[in-house]
Write a protein of this length. Structure first.
Length: 412
């Protein structure tokens, strides 16, 4: 019989506080990314950086985050994710300050590497906490955490825009925003879940040993981990395409103004946030497999509309469907990744899957851009359509683990 929220015990006060702490961590991470994004034009002007140079520095930022995620996974497995979040937040703040002071591209690159390392560590730590809190709740709540990343980005964009409108110096505006991130992320630490080792120690030597799920076979972990990594790569690439090419596509293909073209990304982003706030209920009712399977189909249909429908108005509707379809998929993959190996080693597997997705996010704009140079941007958008369909097909080859699976059919 499927589990329902009505049959689950009420979460303890400590667990409810941990959930709030994870919400705060996601909010801070999204706010930090917005701190960098809204200041890009001014930083380019301050350092004399051109578009090509910015592309290189974005790669530097991404590499720093990717390396920190992998190191953070191993550290979290050994000491827990709270120390990883603590040092990641401090490093991220120092990176923001370094970026704000940059007089030239070289200094800016060093600051972005520092920022990427801190942000990657925080990203890994908050997702590890999210997996454990969701497991303790016994029902899907992962998508709501990811929605708060988007909320943090929106709040950061609003504050950053206001500070820029006041003509505040770059070092002042970025330092203020970085301090907000640090206070929120560090302030969440006391209520987050302790490490596995601390939980075991708190139970005491005389306590009855808790039932421990048997470790899955290594071949099983490798096979499912590979599939989850491929899915994360595909769907992160599909999502990253929107960030860099949605507005450009509107201008190039439909001839809209740049201001009107922003509606394409704005619609996608809004739909993504709303979808993530609702996806947990869908996963709880129909199972995580339905979120991945039908979400990828909805996304593919939406993007096909963008490519083939004749007007920008209908394309905006397509971008909205694309956002709704993609919104709940990545949280389900992270839940499955964190549940694949029981105990502290789950953080290592999670780091690998998050890293695979991050590679897709970094590579996506360049791959689509290169393809656009060969066949045109409109036809190049068929690549993420194909990836959504491939992702749907791959989803039939595994079962998702964790509360999302238990709450519904569980099959993918």
């Amino acid at each position: 019989m499927s589990a329902t929220t009505d049959t689950l015990p009420r979460p303890s006060a400590a667990l409810r506080r941990a959930r709030l702490g994870v919400f705060a961590s996601f909010l801070a991470c999204g706010f930090a990314v917005a701190t960098w994004v809204v200041h890009i034009p001014r930083l380019m002007n301050n350092t004399g950086l051109n578009e090509a140079g910015l592309g290189v520095l974005l790669l530097v930022l991404g590499v720093g985050a990717l390396l920190a995620m992998q190191a953070g996974g191993s550290l979290a497995a050994r000491w827990g994710s709270k120390p990883v979040q603590a040092w990641g937040t401090v490093v991220m703040f120092l990176g923001i300050v370094a970026v704000s002071l940059a007089p030239d591209p070289l200094w800016l690159g060093a600051g972005l590497m520092l920022f990427g390392v801190g942000n990657g560590a925080l990203d890994l730590a908050m997702n590890e906490q999210a997996v454990r809190v969701e497991q303790a709740y016994g029902r899907p709540i992962m998508s709501a955490f990811h929605a708060f990343f988007s909320v943090g980005g929106a709040l950061g964009a609003l504050l950053g825009g206001a500070l820029l409108a006041l003509q505040m110096p770059t070092v002042a505006s970025m330092s203020i925003m970085g301090a907000v991130c640090a206070v929120v992320a560090l302030g969440a630490l006391p209520v987050l879940m302790p490490s596995h080792a601390a939980v075991a120690a708190a139970q005491g030597a005389d306590a009855a040993p808790a039932a421990v799920a048997p470790a899955p076979a290594r071949s099983h972990v490798l096979r499912l981990g590979l599939i989850l990594g491929l899915l994360a790569f595909a769907f992160f690439l599909a999502e990253g395409t929107v960030n860099d090419w949605s507005s450009r596509h509107a201008v190039e293909h439909f001839g809209t103004s740049e201001s009107l073209a922003a509606a394409a990304y704005g619609t996608f982003s809004t739909a993504m946030t709303i979808g993530r706030l609702c996806a947990d209920r869908v996963a709880g009712r129909f199972g995580a497999g339905a979120v991945v399977r039908y979400g990828s189909l909805i996304a593919a249909v939406g993007l096909l509309g963008v490519v083939f429908l004749p007007s920008f108005g209908w394309a905006v509707v397509g971008w909205g469907l694309y956002g709704i379809g993609l919104s709940g998929i990545v949280p389900q993959l992270f839940t499955a990744a964190g549940s694949l190996v029981p105990g502290p080693r789950g953080a290592v597997v999670l780091a690998r899957i998050v890293g695979a997705g991050y590679v897709g996010m970094l590579a996506g704009p360049a791959i689509v851009g290169g393809l656009a140079g060969l066949v045109g941007l409109n036809d190049a958008l068929l690549l993420p359509v194909a990836l959504c369909l491939i992702g749907c097909a791959l989803s039939f080859t595994l079962r998702l683990n964790g509360p999302a699976a238990k709450a519904g059919s569980g099959e993918v």
